[in-house]
Design a protein around this ligand. Structure first.
Ligand code: SAH
Ligand code: SF4
Length: 389
């Protein structure tokens, strides 16, 4: 069970191969400026050009340099010769009966990654992935059965938001959202992978998503979910500043060791101690404790009482997630009666305890059900990568 854990698993995103156009997606403003200088843009102009490009890419969602009409034609041509702002291809788009949309995207190397859009009455949440597969193997998670193939680049992370915006036709026209409303109001890093094992790329991507002159989704509408990579938690608060969700799932180390094996490295006590120091923690910016409800494993009244004792002193809400089964999964979902009883104990202790309605189950898009790329494709991609070494 013991998964190899960072740093040796921090696979660097695939470098750009010779002769391949460099993607501008995911570059920080400064990296974008440097990329422009590298193709001959005079240094004194580079900052302004980078700013103009930024707005075309992230505010207007333009996919072709030729449409960037306030840039001189020769400059647009130079951009087109060296760079690309193309999105990953949508291999399949599945739409659930409840309106949930699951995108299967093909990224470089023939790999695949999933993102899910979940519409609600007053909000629309896009759930994005940070890795192809995951190095951790939480026993109740489908993604965990897929080995890590690689980290996503910042561009591949931000591109998931852009692809969904393309599909939902929500790029603003003349700076105003279409129909006066946004469709993607919230972003959650709860898809495939452990975001804090791909820290820099997740940070750079989220800084682009939050940028006021870009996609402009507030940091308070972005939630990063981690299984508990303790050494990176405070840094996430400082360098990303988004809301935090913790995959807690158990109230004793014994059970958490089996459900979330990273607990063997950083146990409940170490995790809670770190959470108390999370920057800006307050009643308006509470930590979400995710708790998957597994029949007869972690769902007793005693568990509920232990849970509220453990987190006392931390501004928190508890998100109860009915277990979503997948083929061959070793657990069952707790009964609704059990989930309600558990929620009530938590609620009476003064914590909000919403139960997460499973969404998109008919298309395997619910929490923990994501698992992309058939083994066959994955193996052939790996073989190909190996033959290039
Ligand atoms: N790796 C990160 C983020 C992705 S998982 C993390 O573990 O936090 C997003 C959430 O879905 C986590 O809380 C995870 O524990 C939960 N989850 C995983 N598998 C699940 C399943 N089969 N049913 C319900 N929730 C699940
Ligand atoms: Fe990885 Fe999160 Fe799934 Fe655990 S729950 S295996 S950390 S994706």
């Amino acid at each position: 069970m013991s998964a190899p854990i960072a740093p040796e698993t921090r696979v660097i995103a695939r470098p750009v191969a010779e002769g391949e156009k460099q993607s501008l997606l995911g570059l920080t403003r400064d990296a974008l400026r440097k990329a422009l200088i590298a193709i001959g843009t005079p240094e004194r102009q580079a900052k302004m050009r980078a700013s103009q490009l930024w707005s075309w890419i992230y505010q207007k969602g333009v996919q072709d340099f030729a449409e960037m009409t306030n840039l001189a034609k020769p400059f647009r041509e130079a951009l087109g010769a060296h760079f690309t702002v193309a999105r990953p291809e949508i291999v399949t788009l599945q739409i659930s009966q409840d309106g949930t949309r699951k995108y299967l995207l093909r990224i470089a190397g023939g790999l695949e990654v999933e993102a899910v859009y979940i519409p609600d009455e007053n909000r629309g949440t896009l759930c994005i992935s940070s890795q192809v597969g995951c190095t951790l193997n939480c026993s109740f998670c489908h993604t965990g059965t897929q080995k890590l193939v690689r980290n996503l680049s910042a561009g591949e992370i931000v591109a998931q938001v852009m692809v969904a915006r393309d599909d939902l036709d929500e790029w603003p026209v003349d700076g105003t959202p279409r129909e006066g409303r946004r469709r993607i109001t919230n972003v959650v890093l709860m898809g495939m992978g452990e975001p804090l094992y791909n820290f820099e790329n997740v940070r750079d991507a989220m800084n682009i998503v939050m940028d006021n002159e870009g996609i402009s989704i507030s940091r308070r509408r972005i939630t990063l979910s981690t299984s508990g990579v303790v050494p990176e938690i405070i840094r996430a608060g400082e360098e990303i500043g988004c809301l935090l969700a913790i995959s807690f799932h158990a109230t004793t180390n014994e059970i958490r060791d089996t459900l979330v094996p990273i607990n063997k490295k950083w146990n409940i006590e170490k995790l809670l101690e770190t959470l108390k120091a999370y920057p800006r923690l307050s009643n308006s910016e509470r930590i979400t404790f995710e708790y998957v409800m597994l029949k007869d494993v972690n769902d007793s009244d005693d568990d509920a009482r232990r849970l509220v004792r453990l987190i006392s002193g931390i501004p928190a809400k508890i998100n109860l997630i009915p277990f979503n089964p997948w083929p061959g999964s070793p657990y069952e979902r707790s009964s609704w009666g059990r989930i309600e009883a558990f929620a009530e104990i938590v609620n009476e202790a003064g914590y909000a305890s919403p139960v997460r309605t499973p969404r998109g189950e008919d298309i395997m898009a619910a929490c923990g059900q994501l698992k992309s790329a058939s083994e066959k494709q994955r193996k052939s991609a790996l073989k190909k990568a190996a033959s290039h070494d």
